[in-house]
Every structure is written in structure tokens, then in C-alpha cells.
Design a protein around this ligand. Structure first.
Ligand code: ADP
Length: 351
């Protein structure tokens, strides 16, 4: 069982795994006056030692060692809270994450809803988000579809299909290159034409407010580079584009879209409270596409901080409307922990 009660409210440390958005998280923690601890793979020690806002580094050979008693005990001795991010999810399965004994910021049980396609779909539908049509089998493909692997793969291995044959061709290649074992591991979804947008929210159970903290778009290899190749060569090369995220860039949306975005975030928070106690304290991201009529279709959510928040280390055009100081998502998390500590309500933000 996690040990929220054993935390000493004074002298808290904020810790995370060295990858994904760890620099942003620990910089934010330091700016809010916390001590910081990084769990780093040995190969990256030299890199992380460059940053003076990291007070302490616990080295591991691989993040798979994170659950080892020595690592867990060290974090506890430091009186630390763990901030989960995409790397934790990539290295540990749901049971392992749920069994971590260190207190975690946010709802550890909701990460299962992010990883499981059926649970994810249910949460989005009950939040009344418009979602892309799910195509049950390859026989039902009658328009452009995107075919995905289960779990967060960072878009790796995704492909487009427009009929049964194009599906089978691409699936066979994935099987031959041993990315998947069978077609059953694939999930087919209607492809929504429009611009992809990632909406970064923060929910505070202390102030009971949902804030839009930033918006980004992803820069993916090689789908985003294909337009640099003239059509003639594209046709001859027959490139199957991948959607591997390489980086993110900031986006500012039409102001008229914002009221709807705020209600989407609020409905989402209310639904999480109903479906996965205690809801979603902290950061989350609703990910989707705006079509030509300005209609938003959500294809994903992340139930924790996303790496796209790294853009806004000094705040975003949205966080700047709410806070008088530069407020990254990492700093917002640390600030929430401070608010909760002041109100003796750490249990509202930790699980
Ligand atoms: P992951 O969760 O593995 O990081 P995403 O679900 O974010 O992957 O999708 C990767 C890429 O595929 C993104 O560029 C996104 O815009 C695109 N995408 C995903 N689903 C759809 C969809 N239904 N319609 C159009 N584009 C999509």
C-alpha cells in the first residue's frame, strides 16, 4: 500500500524518472521551493548532472530497477512524492504502477484507463466527447482509417488503411518485422481529417478549478516530412508513413474555441470522479482533431502530464492569463502540492 500518511509535510522532496519531462518537473519543483530527486539511468547521469536544480540523483542501470527495494527505500528516506509521466508507463505495467509504495501525485488507478482501449473509449464517451468511429474488423473498412497498436506507442507502427487489402498489406509487414504477432493486436479507427491538437489541462481539487494550461501540436516522423517530397517521388517511393513523435510545437487556438474547450475539460473531470475515484487531480491532456467546420473529435487522452508541456517552461499564452508568474505544468504541480500541504489536504492530490 502507498504510504501517504508516512510523509512528513515539512521538507518534502519531488522526484521523477529522468526522461520525458523530468527537467521541466524538477525545475518547477525547485522554483516552488522543494528539494528535488531524479532517478536516472547510468547512461544519462552526466547529462542530468548539468542542471543545478536537481539536488540529488539516484542511479539505476535501467528504469526496470525502479521497483527494487533499494530504489523505493531511497525515495522514501528522502520523504519524496513521485510524479508519474510517459516513461513510467512505458517501463512498468498497470499492476506494477499500482503497487508502488511511494506516494504518487495524481490518481495512480486512472493510468489503467489510459492504457486500456476499452476503458479509454468508455471514459471519453461518458464525458460526451465526440470520438472517431471504431471499425470492428478489417472487412468493415470502407473509408480512410488509422490502424493503431494497443497502449501508448508514441504513434510508432501506426498505419493508414482504406480497404481490407491495404490493411492486410501493412499488417503483414508489421508481423514480418515482429512488431506484432497477429492482426488481433491492431485497433482500427476512422481517420478524422483536420488538424491535430493537444489540449493540456490541470485540475485542482483544492481550488476545484480546471485550467487550460497550454496547447501544442506534435511534430512526427515521418508523416510531417512527407510534404517536403514532391508528389511524383512520393508516389514512386510508396512510403508507409510513421507517426513517431520527435518533438512538439506551440499552438494558439481561435479564442472562439476556448469556451467549448473549457467545458470539455470540466466534463472530463466530472466523469473521472464518477468512474475512477478520486478522479483526476493534476495534469491531463485531451487529444484530437479540429475539422474544417471547427468541430473537435477526440481520439485519445493522457491521464498525466504530457511531454508537449515542455514547450511552456516559462508559461503559455493560456497559463499567462491565470497566473502572474511563469507557470509551467511542472511548476503548477509543485504549487498544487504546496496548496494541499498548507490546507493539510495532501491526500486530495496523492494516491
Ligand atoms: P500515441 O497515443 O501512441 O502517442 P496518438 O493517438 O497520439 O498516438 O496518434 C499518433 C498520430 O496519429 C497523431 O499524429 C494523431 O494526430 C494521429 N491520429 C490518431 N488518431 C487519429 C484519428 N482518428 N484521425 C486522424 N489522426 C489520428
Amino acid at each position: 500500500m502507498q504510504e501517504v500518511t508516512k510523509l512528513n509535510r515539512n521538507g518534502l522532496t519531488i522526484s521523477t524518472l529522468g526522461s520525458h519531462c523530468s527537467l521541466q518537473l524538477l525545475k518547477g519543483a525547485k522554483d516552488e521551493g522543494f528539494k528535488t530527486l531524479l532517478i536516472s539511468e547510468e547512461s544519462r547521469l552526466g547529462f542530468y548532472q548539468r542542471f543545478n536544480f536537481i539536488d540529488d540523483i539516484f542511479p539505476v542501470k535501467s528504469f526496470k530497477e525502479f521497483l527494487a527495494e533499494s530504489c523505493q527505500q531511497y525515495i522514501k528516506r528522502k520523504n519524496a512524492i513521485l510524479i508519474p509521466h510517459g516513461t513510467l508507463i512505458a517501463y512498468l505495467d498497470n499492476e506494477q504502477i499500482e503497487s508502488i509504495t511511494v506516494p504518487i501525485f495524481g490518481n495512480r488507478w486512472i493510468l489503467r484507463w489510459e492504457a486500456d482501449r476499452k476503458l479509454k473509449q468508455r471514459l471519453m464517451e461518458e464525458s460526451e466527447l465526440r470520438t472517431p468511429k471504431i471499425v470492428e474488423t478489417k472487412e468493415h473498412i470502407d473509408k480512410l482509417c488509422i490502424v493503431k497498436l494497443h497502449g501508448a506507442a508514441g504513434g510508432r507502427g501506426y498505419f493508414l488503411a482504406w480497404n481490407k487489402e491495404s490493411f492486410e498489406n501493412a499488417a503483414t509487414k508489421l508481423i514480418q518485422s515482429m512488431v506484432i504477432r497477429s492482426e488481433n493486436e491492431l485497433y482500427i479507427q476512422e481517420y478524422v481529417i483536420g488538424v491535430p491538437v493537444y489540449l493540456q489541462f490541470f485540475y485542482s481539487p483544492i481550488t476545484r478549478k480546471v485550467d487550460l494550461m497550454g496547447v501544442d501540436r506534435r511534430y512526427e516522423s515521418d508523416i510531417d516530412a512527407l510534404a517536403r517530397i514532391p508528389a511524383k517521388q512520393q508516389l514512386e517511393l510508396c512510403i508507409e508513413p510513421s507517426y513517431n513523435v520527435i518533438g512538439n510545437s506551440p499552438l494558439v487556438l481561435r479564442e472562439s474555441l476556448l469556451p467549448e474547450i473549457y467545458s470539455m475539460g470540466e466534463k472530463f473531470v466530472e466523469t473521472t470522479k464518477r468512474l475512477v475515484h478520486p478522479g483526476i487531480p493534476g495534469p491531463f491532456c485531451i487529444e484530437g482533431v479540429y475539422d474544417r467546420d471547427g468541430r473537435f473529435t477526440a481520439f485519445e487522452f493522457s491521464a498525466r502530464i504530457v511531454a508537449g508541456t515542455n514547450i511552456f517552461l516559462d508559461g503559455s499564452p493560456y497559463s499567462g492569463l491565470i497566473f502572474d508568474k511563469p507557470m509551467s505544468m511542472g511548476r503548477r504541480i509543485a504549487y498544487e502540492i504546496k496548496l494541499a500541504r498548507r490546507k493539510a489536504a495532501l491526500r486530495m492530490v496523492l494516491t
